[in-house]
Design a protein around this ligand. Structure first.
Ligand code: IMP
Length: 186
């Protein structure tokens, strides 16, 4: 494996999920999605930026069901507000989703506030169906209950980076999911 020959980045305490395990799980998720949407003319996958960009690329390239992709960007902080928990849309979809089958693709569900906001915001757009797919979930951190239709891995309450996930915009392109050293963010 590539990462076996690379020295672990000094900000990373340990690898939580290695690249091979991630890829195997995405194979399984794609198989599930293909089966569930087998009778659908077209699926619209909505990736949530920036964290989901790598997961979205790997998942969509394994799908056989006809599909198109679009992206949204959300922010959890209002301007000048520190970690208020308020979610807002920074970049909306470029197309109407009325009558379409929509699958939200998220990197990680933590408090659940982002996914909950998305469900409520998109609800009024009269879609044929709305489901969610998340690579990771930290169930212990939930502030609101949200249903995830397709989930890669349940993980403990640690800050993870890699495979699209960041800390201060860094480490997104690591091929694995790694636990960030506490000294880095304390
Ligand atoms: P939620 O609204 O609290 O569920 O958080 C969702 C967003 O928080 C994710 O899309 C990530 O951008 C970010 N996030 C939460 N936990 C982590 C983590 O451990 N590493 C990187 N980003 C995280």
């Amino acid at each position: 494996m590539l990462e076996a020959s690379m020295k672990l980045h000094t900000d990373i305490e340990r690898i939580l999920i290695d690249a091979e395990t991630i890829q195997r799980r995405i194979d399984e998720l794609a198989t599930q999605v293909d089966a569930d949407y087998a009778d659908v003319d077209e699926l619209l996958l909505v990736g949530i930026l920036k964290g989901a960009f790598i997961f979205m690329a790997d998942l969509t390239r394994r799908l056989h069901v006809p599909h198109v992709v679009d992206f949204m960007a959300l922010s959890t902080y209002g301007p000048g507000v520190e970690a208020s928990g308020a979610v807002r849309i920074v970049m909306d979809l470029r197309q109407s989703i009325a009558g379409r089958h929509v699958l939200i693709v998220e990197d990680i569900v933590d408090t659940g506030l982002t996914l909950d906001y998305l469900y409520h915001t998109l609800e009024s757009r009269r879609m044929a169906s709305l489901r969610s797919c998340a690579l990771l979930s930290k169930a212990d951190q939930r502030k609101v209950e949200v249903h995830i239709n397709y989930l890669g891995f349940e993980i403990p309450d640690v800050w993870v980076v890699g495979y699209g996930l960041d800390y201060a915009d860094r480490h997104r392109t690591l091929p694995y999911i790694g636990v960030l050293r506490a000294e880095v963010y304390r």
